[in-house]
Ligand binder design. Sequence first.
Ligand SMILES: [Zn+2]
Length: 134
Amino acid sequence: MEFNYVKKYYNVPACLGRIVKVDGKSGVIVKDCGHYIGVNFDDDKPGFISNCHPTWNVEYLGIGSIRNQPNPTAYLDFNVWVDCPDCNASLNITDEDDGNFTEKLFGGRWDELQDYDVYCDNCEYEFQIEKVEY
Ligand SMILES: [Zn+2]
């Protein structure tokens, strides 16, 4: 059972979601930390846990709610390269993409990328790609 240790040795009503005041700071117990109680203070971000001594200046109050740590958003970073047939410079197609390219790429419509226009910054040559591979 959770919080066995602190319940047994300190005789405190520790449980998940219990509102506590530690040294005057409000928080909620969010984790059994063995000899300690893991408290998420209201002033801290959700998911941030402080190990607190079960009896040192702790007031045990009612049951509150544990704030959720939001899951982070993942960001995709990618490049598509082509060598200019005229000057051989490596061009990143995604650099100047107007959305047309990525839309087709991520829409799985790779066939439509055939003849996609590319402009070379280096030599000002304009050409089309034959296909995209990965
Ligand atoms: Zn070029």
